[in-house]
Design a protein around this ligand. Structure first.
Ligand SMILES: [Zn+2]
Length: 89
């Protein structure tokens, strides 16, 4: 379970890449993107995600909230796989 989670939408100052494995979209300077910081089992990690993936993440959380609460949640970087698993459950 996640102990801590912070999601912030910021404007890119340099080029980034979406961390979701199905996406890997370029985030260009001036684009909005989402910075996620989290502590997972005591380990800190952070990653960058494009706004499209964040929208999908929110939708999935709404739709499969119960599933994600009981399980590992949505695994960052593996958003599509997490949704597939929730769908198949
Ligand atoms: Zn993305």
């Amino acid at each position: 379970m996640s102990d801590f989670n912070s999601t912030r939408t910021v404007t890119a100052r340099k080029e980034h890449k979406c961390a979701e494995s199905h996406c890997r979209r370029k985030i260009l300077p001036g684009d909005k993107y989402v910075r996620i910081a989290s502590v997972w089992d005591g380990d800190f990690f952070s990653l960058k995600s494009c706004v499209r993936c964040e929208r999908l993440r929110r939708k999935a959380r709404k739709r499969y909230g119960d599933y994600f609460r009981d399980g590992d949640g949505i695994i960052y970087g593996e958003l599509l796989n997490s949704i597939r698993e929730a769908r198949g459950s």
